[in-house]
Each structure stands twice: as structure tokens, then as C-alpha cells.
Ligand binder design. Sequence first.
Ligand code: C2E
Ligand code: CA
Ligand code: CA
Length: 638
Amino acid sequence: MNGVNMAHFALYSSALLVSITGIVFTLIQQRTDKLQNKIYLALISIIALNSVTQMINAIIQPMILTSDGAFFVYRVCDWLYFLFHAALCPIFFVYVSVVCGMGKFARLRKNLLFGALFIITELLTILNPFLHWVYDYSGDRVFVRRWGEAMIYIAAVFYLGISFFRLLSSWSALTAKRRLALIYFFIIVIAGVVMQLVNIDLRTELFAEALGLLGVMTSIETEDDRIDIDTGVYNRKALQNDLSTYIVNKRPVGVICIKITNLELLERTGSFDSSDILTTVVAAFLRTMVPRYCIYSTSPGTFILTETTGSEERAGKIAHIVSRRFDRPWHFGDTELLLNAVVMTSQAPERIKSAGDAFYMADSPIPADLDKKILSGRDLDYLMRRAAVESALARGLEEGGFEVYYQPTYTLKDRRLYGAEALIRLHDRELGNIYPDEFIPIAEQNGLIDDIDDFVLREVCGFIKSGDPSSLGIKSINVNLSVIECMQPGFVRHINAVTEEYGIDKSAINFEITESLAASSYELLSKVVKALKSDGFRFSMDDYGTGYSNMRAIFMLDFDVVKIDKSILWSAEESELGRIILESSVHMIRQMHRKILVEGVETEKQIEMLTALSVDYLQGYYFSRPVPKKELLALIRG
Ligand code: C2E
Ligand code: CA
Ligand code: CA
């Protein structure tokens, strides 16, 4: 290799190796379907091609003076180099735009403006063999620059400049990793170009660009932390990033949320792994509706699709087709499954103003009274109410808006006062009075239930400590416990600590828990009940007859009292079947040697019916509604 500039050759071949590494890894990870991936592949391929032409020229440089053929190849390589290299910065600009979430450029005029310089430089290069405006060769076949090359440099600086500007304007939409990778790319490319400008023998430009793009690959093009391992679709983090990017850029997208509502039930009855079904059949179906990279799963059984043209009509259509698909069974192996799903559609950025809004829609349970299968527009107002209640809960805890009411209970035999149930109320300055049926489930989901139940327990302890209840004949006060809370570690210790702080008799507190538990949790719950009972507390089972739990498991828990739900009482009045259910419930509970309380007693007639069945205790509006502490005392004294 006589006369070959080995330093040039080494740098060009290094650039080639690095860019080939980038291409190979992009291909083996199959990252080729997104627009962003395609543009990346174009960029790194340009570097590879440029490296090849420059390597060839480094080799044949010593021969061009003596051989016309070599000189021809040399000129072709130079020409190809300029042709591709002039496209690098404009394509990089498009790449940054896509990474920053601009998508396709909406307005043609803007496209033309941004594209004009690119088109001019490419035309100059294409015509250079005839016009020689970009570069030329002197009589002794030495490369000479012409004004056109300066133009290409100016264009490159322009495109890098607007790329940088775009990066800054989408700064908040980018993750730290992406910002760093792009900034690093700018720095290393500028360094490479400047070194080569200072000394033409330092051919660092291509190598620097290849390295910069490799960095971009490992941090921007990678998908590992964006994919849910169970279903192979994008995860919450990916949705968070992508939606934030769309929203920061004010780019309209349709957000379609699919919630499968019977997954838990199916898992409890059948012995299959739901994630398999979701991956193989449901996700595969969704891929026929939108591209792979527009499908996310925020939790098992909940999918979000993004409709990136932003057309509300298209989003509505997709929702319709998806919803219709769920009317038909899904085939999985040789089983056939019917999945129930509710499909919600909303638009960003008008209604979905942040990624958090989309998560809120995906995570909030759908109210039981909404019987539609597709929810959009005003149907989703419940989310606003829910958000308002959540703020009211936080406000209530902060500003003391919670109040404990008491509803007395009576013995059936002589209709004497027996006890009272503590029931929480929330008075909010914005929403007015809010009732526990609405806010307890929300508090259970967002974790505020701990503070609320703690507040109730402390109120009740204080009330008992005042001595008023016992002096009026109230033996114990019932406190509702959220089952979710009972399962938390340290719960038993906490309850004991609070009551001991007040120095009250533990048997004066009777905890109520509801039997709406998955069978798997009984073991833990029974341990909690056993521990608290051995400490002296009493226990009641609440809402008997509303759940679908395992009877044996229920009676293995050592309850003092079983509270028959008001719905059982009311339907006993209405139908023969209802009466049978009430009667047999009473017989069964009696045989288990538990005391029976019936709630929801509103009329004398109901009391007659219950007298015939000889239950133990009664509670209901017939005697009193839940009332504030003062009123309860006045009521009893009166
Ligand atoms: P629950 O434990 O079944 O409470 C009985 C509910 O029935 C109360 O509703 C009570 O006001 C109502 N009620 C009682 N007698 C009658 C009657 O004769 N007719 C009618 N129509 N209703 C009657 P409330 O106070 O709205 O509480 C609703 C639910 O919220 C409670 O159901 C309980 O599950 C939950 N809850 C209430 N306070 C607390 C609390 O401090 N902590 C927890 N975790 N849950 C609570
Ligand atoms: Ca209760
Ligand atoms: Ca109840």
C-alpha cells in the first residue's frame, strides 16, 4: 500500500466499524418499524456509506495521477460522499423532531421552508460533475473547494442549529437519558468537525458522527425499559414518556383505553394465566387496529392505544371495532373465553392534559351504574367527580372536615339500647356533604383510608374515654374497618397502641369487617382477627349476604356478631324467595352460635317479622338515623 495515507484510512475504517455495529444491533433487535427507527437507520447507513467511499479514496489516491480509471472511481466516490453527506444534517433534524414528538410536519409551507436549503445543496451536488460549483479538480488532479461547499457547510450549521432549538423547545418532554444522548451527540460531532477544520489531515468528522449515533442508539433507540415483559407491549413508563411528548408539542392524539373487567373473576374460577391470554390473543388483535408502537398496557387487563393522527372520528371507530370484538369469545388453546371490556376514548391535549390524566382514566374503577360499553365525552365526567372527591378527602384530613356520626343499635327482646355504630361523614366546603359509600372506595384506592379509619378509631376511643357511652348503657361501639387496611403489616400493633394510648377497655370496641374477600386472603385475615380478639376486642361480620364468599371460611373467623345486610331484610318483605333466604340465613348463623344483628330496620312490620325469627339486635332508621355525638346523647337521655 505504497503512498496510502494510513492515518486517513484508519479513521475511516473505524467509522465504518462503529456504524456497522449500529446497523447490526438495530436490525437484530428488530427496531425497524417505527418512523424514528427508520430515520435512525438512514442516518447510520449514511455514515457507513460515506466511510466506504472515503476508504476507497484513501486507497486509490496515490494512483489517480497515473491512471484515468482510478481518477474516475475517485471522482465517483467524492461525488457519492457529497451526495449523502449533504443529507445527513437535514435528516438529523427530522430525527430530533420525531424524537421530540413532532411527528410528521403538519404544514406543507413549513416543510418547504425547512427543506429548501437541503434541496438546493443536493441539486448543487448532483449537478457538480457539469457545473463544478461545489468542488473541482485542478490540472494536477488535486481536489479544490468551490463556493458550493461553503453552502453545504452553512446548510449543515443551519440544520444542526434548528435541531438544537427543537431539542430545547421540547426539553420538558424528554427524559434525562434522551436529553443527555442528544447533547452528547451535538458535542462530539462539533468536536469532530472542528478538529478536521483546523487540520485537514485529522479526518475525525465521520468517526465522531458514528460514535455520536452509537450513543444515540444505546439510549434513545433502546426499548428495553419501555416494554412490559409479560405482554410484550409498551409499559406505563413508555406511555408516560410518549404522551408527555405529544402533549408538550400540542400534538393531538386520541387516547383509547380498554379495560377488561372480568379478568379477576375468570382467574378465580379457571386455572389459567391471564397474562398469556392478554399477550397471545388480545394484544395480537390490538396490533391489527393500530401499529405495535401505539399499544400500551398500564396494568394487567388494561390497555391504552394512541391514535396518532388525532382524528376523533378514527379513535371512535377503533373504539367501536374493539368493543364489538369483545362481544365474541376469544380462542386460547382449546378454551373459549368471553372477556368483558369497557372502552373509553378521550383526546389529548384537550381533555387529557397530562400523562397523569390518562393513568387516572385507566386506573379508576368504572362506576357500577354505567352500563355502556363505550365511554366518551360526558360519560367520563365521573372521573372529574372522582378527582374532586379525592381533593375533598385530602382537604378533609387537613382541615378537619370529617365527623363521626353514631347510629344506635337495640336488643330485639326488650328494645333496649345495646350499642352504636360509628359512621364517618365528610363535610366539604366545595362539594358539601359527601357520603362514605362514595368516598370509602376511593380512599381505599388512593391510600387515604388508613388516615380516615385512624381518625374514626381515635374519635371513638375519645368518646368511650369520656364515660358517656357506658353511663348510658352502651356496652360497645362498632367501628368499621377496611379489609385492605387489616392486611397491612403492623396493623394489630397499631390498633393496640392507639387504644392503649386512650387507656380504654378493649372490649368496648367492636370491629366490623365485610366478607368480600378473595379466598386466598382468609388465612391472613383470620390471623389478624384472632390476634385482636385475644387482645380483648370484639368482632362483627358486616354485610352478610352481599358477597359470594366461601361460607366455611367465613365461619372459621371467630365473629361475635353477624350483621345481616339490609338488602336481605328488604327483599324478605318483597318476595317468598327473599323470605326463605332471610330465614335460612338466620337458622344457619344461629347454629354456628353467633349473635345476629339485622340492619336497615325501617318499619314496625319488619320488626314483627324479625321477632318471629328471634334475631338478637336491630339497627335502622326506625330507631334513629346516624347522628352526631351530641344528638346521640340527647336522644338516649330523652
Ligand atoms: P355499613 O357498614 O353497612 O353501614 C350501614 C349503612 O346503612 C350506613 O350508611 C347507614 O347509614 C345505613 N343505614 C342504617 N340503617 C338504615 C336504614 O334503616 N335504612 C337505610 N336506607 N339505610 C340505613 P353510611 O353511613 O352511608 O355508610 C355506608 C358504608 O360506608 C358503610 O356501610 C360502611 O361500609 C362504610 N363506612 C362508613 N363509615 C366508615 C368508616 O369509618 N370506615 C370504613 N372503613 N368504612 C365506613
Ligand atoms: Ca358497618
Ligand atoms: Ca351493611
